[in-house]
Design a protein around this ligand. Sequence first.
Ligand SMILES: NC(=O)C1=CN([C@@H]2O[C@H](COP(=O)(O)OP(=O)(O)OC[C@H]3O[C@@H](n4cnc5c(N)ncnc54)[C@H](O)[C@@H]3O)[C@@H](O)[C@H]2O)C=CC1
Ligand SMILES: O=C(O)/C=C/C=C(\O)C(=O)O
Length: 480
Amino acid sequence: MKKIKNYINGEFKAPVQDQWIDNYNPSTGAIYSLIPNSSAADVQIAYEAAAQAFPTWSETSLQQRSEILAKIASLIIENLDQLAQAEAIDNGKPLSLSTSVDIPRASSNFQFFANAITQFASEAHESTGLNAINFTLRQSIGVVGCISPWNLPLYLFTWKIAPALAAGNTVVAKPSEITPMTAYLLGDICTKAGLPKGVLNIVHGLGNTTGQAIIEHPNIKAISFTGGTATGAHIAKTAAPMFKKLSLELGGKNPNLIFADCDYDNMLNTTLRSSFANQGQICLCGSRIFIERTIYDKFKTDFIAKTKALKVGAPLDPETNLGALVSKSHLEKVKSYIDIAEEEGGTILCGGNYVTVNGYEKGYYLQPTIIEINTTDCRLAQEEIFGPVVTIMPFDTDDEALTMANNVRYGLSCTIWTNNLNRSMHLAKHIQAGIVWVNTWMMRDLRTPFGGTKDSGVGREGGFEALRFFTEPKNVCIQY
Ligand SMILES: NC(=O)C1=CN([C@@H]2O[C@H](COP(=O)(O)OP(=O)(O)OC[C@H]3O[C@@H](n4cnc5c(N)ncnc54)[C@H](O)[C@@H]3O)[C@@H](O)[C@H]2O)C=CC1
Ligand SMILES: O=C(O)/C=C/C=C(\O)C(=O)O
């Protein structure tokens, strides 16, 4: 059985205690590799390698750092087929998606921050009348921790690592234990790109052992985390008394507000994607769909028809629209929400059942599911399901739509479908979310601030926000 190893100080290493975890292929339900369940001892070794590499890396010229990151970006593209296949097998997502989205974006993350760091500047303030000038240094923090989830494995792993490295930090990173493969393959790419030993250290293992050791480490001074809200709260509780810098990108329960005056065909096709892309396992998926009553019946009929036409299948089958869910326990969690639909007063309009895929009978497949609800005060409309399950409900007025959209503990993103400029401006201003899309979904410009409000997290990733997070400002005041 293939054994994935930790990547520490530029070398692949078995875990100190020789403890391993099974890694499942979600499309077949079979164990297909083993990964280290790294202990605090492994994290300490990774930390020491990172600490040793820090003085040199933080003083490496921006040009050199930028060239190495750009080289990683180009090697990811050279290895696109291998990485995309590995991601599809490890996560269960369609190969078409990992080939067109996940792996290209992982490359773009490195290329973007290779460029961004050469443009990052700090501020100066002249204290007029006092004969003084202030300038702000933005200094690398030191060793930082990056912890990422399983839904967009290499995409989100690199979204953290790239700015951390660009800003001159050295990194101890942990990918999700459920999808470790592409992070493992990244180690070799980093070596080939000439990233000096110890600058990036990848430690595999469970959240409550390996992850816990990273967040508790007294000298890892900043943590960038993406994952569930409960885990984010636990990290905040652990790290806050140690005064660590925290960036927490957490769950979402995003509203999709559809008005009668929208471009209907574009809305319908995009809503299908925002509902079921990656089996609905993206924190930005629009899982709560609210439709203006005058087009509700038409939308309902058309949306059901399009959803029924989606093919659930094996990730490597080019015809597949939805692959497998990431794990058996996650499949069961998502299904448990479908099972409470009736008692919550909901009606399952389509889907709702497991799918048996020929030749992949033990895989974790679920039909894309639409549930009609009549109140937003129910678990289906309040809790993050994080699967191919959406709710639909009509509204009559803009104010009602806004109230429904905001009636939730999360505040990550929102999509508004309308051709009325005033309406979109008004709603965008009053929606409680970190990201608002109008007449589009998941259109990403990596320069923009990315993150949520309320229980969707604290801090912003992306662009200079990420470089600010991964640096410590120091003001220098000179009187002349
Ligand atoms: N991007 C997002 O918004 C994501 C949201 N979720 C949500 O969270 C729910 C639970 O999914 P999980 O896989 O359990 O997510 P999780 O939040 O537990 O896992 C994310 C990462 O955090 C690590 N982790 C877990 N406990 C930790 C700890 N004590 N210290 C440090 N790191 C720790 C995990 O090993 C993984 O690398 C999902 O059903 C979904 O609703 C899950 C993944 C991504
Ligand atoms: O595009 C991005 O930067 C991020 C996308 C999705 C997530 O962060 C997520 O699903 O967690």
